[in-house]
Design a protein around this ligand. Structure first.
Ligand SMILES: [Zn+2]
Length: 269
C-alpha cells in the first residue's frame, strides 16, 4: 500500500485546516528546492500535493519524487500540449505506470482548443481516448484538462464509461459544469478564483462541497497577491480562502470537505 494511501499521508501536518493541493507540477524542481517547497507547503497547512506529470519525459521523475516524499503522490499522463512526437511505446509505459500502486491517477490528459498555437485537436483526441481507456482498465481516476473544450471532454469521458474524473482548473461555463456534476465527476479550482474580476464565482457557488477540490497548478496561475511570480503549493490556502468565501463556509470546513473528496476519488478501499 502506498504511503500516501495510509491516513492520506497527512500525518506530517497537524492543526485545523489541512489543505490538499490536487494539482501541481513539481517535476522540474530539483531535490533541494523540492524539500523547501514541501516544508513551506506543510508550514502553510498544505499536507498533500498531487504531483502531476504532463509527458513521458516526466513520468519517472514524479515517481521518484513520490518516493522521496510521501506527501507527493504522482499522477502520470500526457497533456494536450505534449501529444506530438511521442515515443512509440508510450502506451506500454503508461500502462505499466498506472499498474504501479504508487501512481494515484492518470493525468493530466485532455483537450485544449483555446489557441491555434496548440497541437491540432485531431492530434490531441486519440491520445486522450487512449488514456481514458488505460485509466479505466486500471480503475484509476483521470485528471482532465479541458480549456475551451469542456463539453467535448465531458462527452468523451461519459462515452468511455469511466466513473472517476476530475476536471482540473475548471474555467468553463456554468451550464457545462452542471452536466459535469450530473455525470458524477469532480471539479477543481485554481488561483483564478482569487482574481479581482471574480470570473468563476458563479461556477464555485454551483459546485457542491462534496465535489470540489482546489489546486495551485504550480508553477502557473499564482493567486493574488503573488500574480506574476512562479506559483507554489504553499499558496493554495489563498485559493481555499477565496473558494470558502464564495461558498459561505469556514475555510476549515472546506478543507475537511476536500479531504473527504480525496478519499472518495483517489484512495482505494
Ligand atoms: Zn496542470
Amino acid at each position: 500500500v502506498a504511503a500516501h494511501q495510509v491516513g492520506l499521508g497527512l500525518q506530517t501536518v497537524t492543526g485545523p485546516a489541512m489543505w490538499i493541493d490536487v494539482h501541481a507540477h513539481l517535476y522540474d524542481v530539483e531535490d533541494a528546492r523540492l524539500a523547501n517547497l514541501v516544508s513551506a507547503a506543510n508550514a502553510a497547512g498544505v499536507g498533500l500535493i498531487v504531483n502531476t506529470a504532463t509527458s513521458p519525459a516526466s513520468w519517472q521523475r514524479v515517481l521518484q519524487q513520490g518516493r522521496l516524499s510521501p506527501v507527493l503522490p504522482p499522477a502520470t499522463g500526457i497533456s494536450p500540449f505534449d501529444v506530438q512526437e511521442l515515443p512509440d511505446d508510450w502506451e506500454t509505459v503508461l500502462d505499466a505506470c498506472l499498474g504501479d500502486p504508487e501512481v494515484l491517477a492518470c493525468g493530466e490528459a485532455g483537450l485544449d482548443s483555446s489557441s491555434p498555437a496548440y497541437p491540432p485537436l485531431a492530434a490531441q483526441l486519440p491520445v486522450l481516448e487512449r488514456q481514458l481507456s488505460l485509466a479505466k482498465k486500471h480503475d484509476k481516476p483521470i485528471i482532465v484538462h479541458s480549456r475551451g473544450a469542456e463539453r467535448h471532454v465531458l462527452d468523451l469521458c461519459r462515452n468511455s464509461g469511466i466513473a472517476k474524473v476530475l476536471f482540473h482548473c475548471y474555467t468553463g461555463d456554468p451550464e457545462t459544469l452542471r452536466h459535469i456534476l450530473d455525470a458524477g465527476y469532480y471539479v477543481s479550482y485554481s488561483g483564478i478564483v482569487t482574481f479581482k474580476n471574480k470570473p468563476l464565482d458563479e461556477q464555485v457557488a454551483l459546485t457542491p462541497l462534496d465535489r470540489i477540490f482546489i489546486e495551485s497548478d504550480s508553477p502557473y496561475l499564482s493567486p493574488v497577491p503573488h500574480r506574476g511570480k512562479p506559483n507554489q503549493p504553499a499558496w493554495v490556502p489563498l485559493t481555499g480562502a477565496a473558494v470558502a468565501a464564495v461558498k459561505k463556509v469556514d475555510p476549515d470546513q472546506l478543507a475537511a470537505a476536500i479531504q473527504g473528496n480525496y478519499r472518495k476519488l483517489f484512495v482505494r478501499p
